[in-house]
Design a binder for this molecule. Structure first.
Ligand code: MN3
Length: 202
């Protein structure tokens, strides 16, 4: 089964003014579509073609650059679209809120740590909030299309929130002002979805 570009559950302009429609359209229909096509080409006629994306990434040979870059790109963007919503923003509640308080002291301190990871990722990459078995959470960053599912990447757990800090994610609207984009991202985070992923990953 080939992987398919997932459709968004909202329109390209639904996240405005925080993320503009043109950026969303290019990001989804060109960038994510490209990763999906290239992933399928990279795994065709190999044993990987029968695996889930989670299995492919957790068992990845990091020297397999085609699968590392495109499998990462496929998975990372799929998560990215899911954790944003036109009805997003605010703060989480319940078990996730408690886990953030436990790890960081408060939601605001979590936001500072996550924003710092996103802002200080040199060049292209992602910042993540991950859950570990048992329920603890951590913030980390990865380069390019790497993610915490990949073995030995220096960042562990299951990603439940991720922000794309490649310039293609914000340059049309924010140019070099990555911190403004990161701040705006907090206005579209779907904490209900992140909580659902937290519960599934505990
Ligand atoms: Mn991207």
């Amino acid at each position: 089964m080939a992987f398919e570009l997932p459709s968004l559950s909202y329109a390209y302009d639904a996240l405005e003014p925080h993320i503009d429609a043109r950026t969303m359209e290019i990001h989804h229909s060109k960038h994510h579509n490209g990763y999906t096509t290239n992933l399928n080409n990279a795994i065709a006629d190999s044993p990987l073609a029968d695996q889930s994306i989670e299995e492919i990434l957790s068992g990845l040979d990091l020297e397999n650059k085609a699968v590392r870059n495109n499998g990462g790109g496929f998975y990372n963007h799929r998560l990215f679209w899911q954790v944003m919503s036109p009805n997003g923003g605010g703060t989480p509640s319940g078990a996730l809120a408690e886990a953030l308080d436990s790890a960081f002291g408060s939601f605001d301190e979590f936001k500072t740590a996550f924003s710092k990871a996103a802002a200080t990722q040199f060049g292209s990459g992602w910042a993540w909030l991950c859950v570990h078995k048992g329920g603890s959470v951590e913030v980390c960053g990865t380069a390019n299309q790497d993610n915490p599912l990949m073995p030995g990447i220096g960042c562990e757990g299951t990603p439940i929130l991720g922000i794309d800090v490649w310039e293609h994610a914000y340059y049309l609207n924010y140019q070099n002002r990555r911190p403004d984009y990161i701040n705006a991202f907090f206005n579209v985070i779907d904490w209900d979805k992140v909580s659902e992923l937290y519960t599934a990953g505990v």
